[in-house]
Design a protein. Structure first.
Length: 281
């Protein structure tokens, strides 16, 4: 019913805008913007774009419309158009922290990691607010992907100073400590994240990885199983659970884990190869 009402409103608004002589009208722009936001929430993304375009026609100087339109375009994987809209938002409001974060997101997704880092660093210099933590965490992700773990840890720690209870930031920091070989700090950080949210899939998985790396087989199995209870479709957890069972020379349990993983993803070559190794050994 909500979608029908919105579509009827959408049709009437389109009819009202049929004239080519469109003048700035803030109230009409806000009306189209609100309908666009409703469409976006309902995942009616094309309709949302049409409404945002009308909102822009009635008020082309509102940076917020371009930013929201950019987010919808990003969700539609129309990255070049999303980038154009975020850049337009910034040109209208050079202090728009969120627009810089969103622009960095587009550049990162497009593989332009250097530009993404510059965008996020710029967002941090503008003002101090909750967005700083997100930008710092994003920069940490870039350094982590570049295998620069010292810098990744530095930026994750900075992010946590803004949001000490953010389990995403804590999980990223803990996992980076693990990859850097600092198992004590990894455990402390990941357990802190676990205390904040025991249903966090990734922290359960990363604790499994930590204990597997340390050779603590029983704890590794426990946490991999925990992650699968949260999401039975998480194939990587089945794989790590299987290889952990193999470390313990438990072929039957390893085989069972692989079979469960293959039920989720029958075409997974990594599982197929491991299964052949298990049954032939």
């Amino acid at each position: 019913m909500r979608q029908i009402i919105l579509l009827a409103l959408f049709t009437s608004l389109i009819s009202a805008c049929s004239s080519n002589n469109i003048e700035v009208d803030v109230r009409k722009s806000e009306s189209h913007f609100k309908v666009g936001m409703e469409f976006a929430q309902l995942k009616l993304l094309k309709n949302a774009i049409d409404e945002f375009d009308l909102a822009i026609k009635f008020n082309p100087k509102n940076p917020n419309i371009y930013r929201k339109k950019g987010l919808v375009l990003f969700a539609m994987s129309r990255l070049d158009e999303a980038k154009t809209n975020f850049e337009k938002a910034i040109s209208l409001n050079p202090q728009d922290t969120q627009a810089y974060i969103n622009l960095g997101m587009v550049n990162y997704t497009s593989g332009n990691h250097k530009e993404a880092r510059l965008d996020w660093e710029k967002s941090i210099t503008l003002k101090t607010d909750d967005n700083d933590g997100k930008a710092l965490n994003n920069i940490g992700n870039i350094f982590k992907n570049e295998k620069n773990l010292d810098k990744a840890i530095e930026y994750y720690k900075k992010a946590i100073t803004f949001e000490p209870r953010n389990t995403i930031f804590l999980n990223n920091l803990g996992n980076s400590y693990r990859l850097a070989g600092d198992f004590k700090q990894a455990e402390v950080t990941l357990l802190k994240s676990l205390d904040l949210n025991s249903n966090d899939l990734l922290v359960q998985f990363n604790l499994g990885m930590l204990y597997k790396t340390q050779g603590n087989i029983s704890k590794a199995i426990e946490f991999f199983q925990n992650s699968l209870q949260i999401n039975p479709q998480y194939t990587e957890a089945y794989y790590q659970l299987a290889t952990t069972h193999l470390k313990a020379k438990n072929k039957e349990s390893a085989k069972l884990s692989i079979e469960k993983g293959l039920k989720v993803d029958p075409d997974n070559e990594k599982f197929k190869k491991l299964y052949e190794q298990v049954v032939s050994s």
